[in-house]
Ligand binder design. Sequence first.
Ligand SMILES: [Mg+2]
Length: 366
Amino acid sequence: MQITGVTQHHVSHQLADSFRPNWIPGYPQGSHEAEVFEIETDAGITGVTASPSFAGGLDYATPLSLFLQGEDPHDVEGIMRKLETVDLIGPRPWHLELALWDIIGKDAGKPVYELLGGCDDPIRAYASTGEVQPAEERIGYVEDRVDEGFEAVKLRIAERADLDVVRAVREAFPDLTLMVDANKGWAVRVMEDETQWSVAEAEAVARELADIGGIAWFEEPLPRHDYDGYARLRDAAAVPIAGGEFNGGPQELYEFLDRDAVDVLQPDAALVTGIKRAVEVAGAARNRGVRFVPHTWTNAIGFAANLHVMAAIGADWCEFPHDPPWTPEAWAAPIHGEFTATDGTVTPPKGPGLGIELDRDLLEGE
Ligand SMILES: [Mg+2]
C-alpha cells in the first residue's frame, strides 16, 4: 500500500456564545477551528486526522504530500522519521501519525485500541472545564455534571484568588474528586500574557489545595520546560503534580520522567506523541510509578485517538471536555455525531481505525 496524497480542510464551527479559555488569556473565542487532513492511499483507504487551529490556520498539505507520497502507511517508524523533518521546517506534525493508524485499522477491519492490545472496557471520565467562572456559576455546572453521573470535575484557576472557587465547590460537593489546572505550561498570547508563578508561589497554591482536600492532581503550575521547577514542586507538594500536555515531542516527556518531575504525565497524542509513542511513553511512565492521563482538549478526532491510547494502556481517567459553549457537540465539529459520557464513563469507538467519520457537509462548507 502506498500513500498517494494529502488533502487539508480548514474547519470553523461557530460557538453558541463566546468562550474564554484559561489558555488564551483575555480572549473571547467565538469559534472552534481545526485543520483536518486526509491521507489517501492507492488501496482506496483514506486516513483522517486533525490538529487544532487558530485564526484561519496554516496550509501545509503540499509539503506534507512531498514527504509522504509513496510511503507505506503501515511503516509508522519510517514515517515518524519523515515527520521529524517536517517538525524541523514547518508546523508540529505529530497529529499526522494518527491518520496512519486510521488507515492501518481500516485495512485490518479493527479498531486501533484492539491492534494495540487494549479492550473496550468503560473508562472513568472527568468533566473538564475551560473557563475560570465565579463560584455560584461553577457550582450550578458541577450539579449538572454530578446529575449526569460524573464523579470528578477539573476546575481552572489563573490566579491564587481563584482558589476561592475550588473551596466553594469543595464545600458544596464534599466527596467529589477535583482536578485543578492552572494552565501555566503554555498559552496562546494573542491578547494578554498568562500570569506565571515562581516555584515558591506554586508551592503555596499546592498547600492550599492540600487543605481543600480530594485533589486528584494540580496541573501545569509552571512553564512546560521548567523540569527542575516541576521536580522541586513535586518534592515539596502534598498534592500530585501533573504536566506535559503540549510539550515539543516524546523526548521532552522523558525529561519529566528522568527528573522525577511529575506524578501524572499528560501528553496529547494529537499534539505531542502520536499514538505509537504515546503507548511507549505510557509504559515508561508505568515503570516509574507515574500515571499517564492524556490531555484530550482539541477536537473529536484528537479525542478519539487519545481514547484509543487510553483503552490500550488502561488509563484510570479520561478528560471529557465540557464547558458550554464548548459542548461535546461543539468540539465534535469535524465528525458525524459526537462523543458522550454514560454514567461518567466513556468507551472507545468500535469501528475500524479511529472509528470516526468526517462530516462531509462541514468540510464542503468550509
Ligand atoms: Mg491542562
